[in-house]
Design a protein around this ligand. Structure first.
Ligand code: HSE
Length: 438
């Protein structure tokens, strides 16, 4: 089958990430989508060639975005230019030309989404905007599909990575507001106009979209109350901490008896709440449904590859719609049935983790050394070791160890040898350690 042909508008932070993801994971994506996906035509006024891997796979790169939108070969337009104009004109023309659209443009959707969706319905094309809210977190899919059974009561989120990065750095490192903002810009998190981040406009765009999905209301960006973080001082961050709170820049949409609250502002949250511990550029959205209760979605809210992850997911959705059986549009196991692989499941012996070990050993010179040498002979490196105090009149003491990562098979052999020592009492308590670092 012919590859699906994509037209890409914009080769900036997210555009570059999209090229990288689509080319790097091309095979895996095709196994899910049911067709190969090719960026046939891209337009960008300027871009940094060296920062983008996979550029050589693009059929044609020019500087005329309207030429891409009018290219008869193109089936899906990915709009990653941002801003209102010419993004709106390009998206409307793509729809008029019968092309499906995927966009990361939250400003465009929050302000002009009602018009764009009406045109798309009329023309029978799809518009995907997963990347517009909370970067790489699939929050739109979760709210629109996963929580479809619920009466949603409220949504509260940290939905601007730049603002969260600034607040976190100010709190942890005592850095200045301006210094943190400059770093967020250098890392490609911030909007072209960073006041959108720090004054809450970007979060308001995203909250507007979330509120419409949660409560079934038209997009009403102009009704969103917006207050930024630029007036927060280090002393407020410190005083809040002393009171047991963290300051987070939250977007809150809540349904009450009189209507819907739609507001973005700095907020004190008890420090023990999970969302109060979402730091740096990470985003998190809490959604409270009447059936499911509170649910929390966490991940990178900005940046090249995380945002591209959502863009490409939307592209896969569109491609599935025109390649697969309409009754089984999303394959049961995510990949197309004839693309399932026979990659083996590993036995536990082959699995590698670090370990916590606790054993009871005779409190005598040389015992610790013997145990350590067994671990060494099995190729196991010790991260930490502690001998606990013996109980009253006890001849044996608890030894607690952390090891570095090792295959379970090797650890099993080591444990069997340690348990066979006359100086070790009973069996070794073994708990696997996973740092789950990002
Ligand atoms: N400027 C945005 C942020 C980018 O910092 O979250 C992602 O929308």
């Amino acid at each position: 089958m012919e590859p699906v042909k994509i037209g890409l508008l914009g080769l900036g932070t997210v555009g570059g990430g999209t090229v990288t993801v689509l080319t790097r994971n091309a095979r895996e994506i095709a196994r899910r989508a049911g067709r190969d996906i090719e960026i046939a035509h891209a337009a960008a006024r300027e871009y940094k060639r060296e920062g983008i891997s996979g550029l050589d796979q693009i059929g044609r790169i020019g500087d005329d975005a309207f030429a891409v939108v009018d290219d008869p070969e193109i089936q899906i337009i990915i709009e990653l230019i941002g801003g209102y104009s010419p993004a709106l004109e390009l998206v409307m023309r793509a729809i008029a030309n019968g092309k499906h659209v995927v966009t990361a443009n939250k400003a465009l959707i929050a302000r002009h989404g009602n018009t764009i969706f009406a045109a798309a319905r009329e023309r029978g094309v799809m518009v995907g905007f997963e990347a517009a809210v909370a970067g790489g977190i699939p929050i739109i899919k979760a709210v629109r599909e996963g929580l479809a059974a619920n009466h949603i009561e409220w949504v509260a989120g940290i939905i601007n990575g730049t603002g969260n990065f600034i607040l976190t750095e100010m709190r942890d490192k005592g850095r200045s507001f301006a210094d943190c903002l400059a770093e967020a810009q250098a890392r490609g998190y911030a909007e072209a106009d960073p006041t959108f981040d720090v004054e809450g406009i970007d979060a308001a765009h995203k909250l507007t979209i979330l509120a419409s999905l949660a409560f079934g209301i038209p997009l009403q960006f102009e009704r969103c109350y917006t207050e930024g973080i630029s007036r927060i001082e280090s002393q407020d961050v410190a005083y809040a901490g002393e009171l047991g709170y963290r300051i987070k820049h939250l977007g809150i949409a809540r349904r009450n008896a009189d209507g819907i609250e739609l507001r973005v502002h700095p907020t004190l949250i008890p420090h023990r709440r999970l969302i109060a511990n979402v730091d740096g550029v990470m985003n998190a959205v809490l959604v409270k449904g009447d059936a499911v209760g509170p649910t929390l979605y966490y991940g990178a809210g900005a940046g090249s590859l995380p945002t591209a992850s959502s863009v490409v997911a939307d592209v896969v959705d569109v491609v599935r719609a025109f390649t697969t059986d309409p009754n089984n549009r999303v394959p049961h196991l995510a990949f197309q049935p004839d693309e399932l692989a026979d990659t083996p499941i590993l036995t536990m012996d082959q699995v590698e983790t670090a370990y916590y070990l606790r054993l009871t050993a005779l409190d005598e010179p040389g015992v610790m050394a013997r145990i350590a040498s067994i671990l060494g002979e099995q190729g196991i490196s010790i991260e930490a070791i502690q001998q606990k105090a013996p109980g009253e009149g006890e001849t044996h003491v608890p030894l607690v160890m952390l090891t570095q990562r090792v295959r379970e098979g090797q650890m099993n052999q080591a444990i069997a040898r340690i348990e066979a020592l006359a100086s070790v009492q009973g069996s070794v308590m073994r708990i696997r350690v996973e740092t789950l670092a990002g």
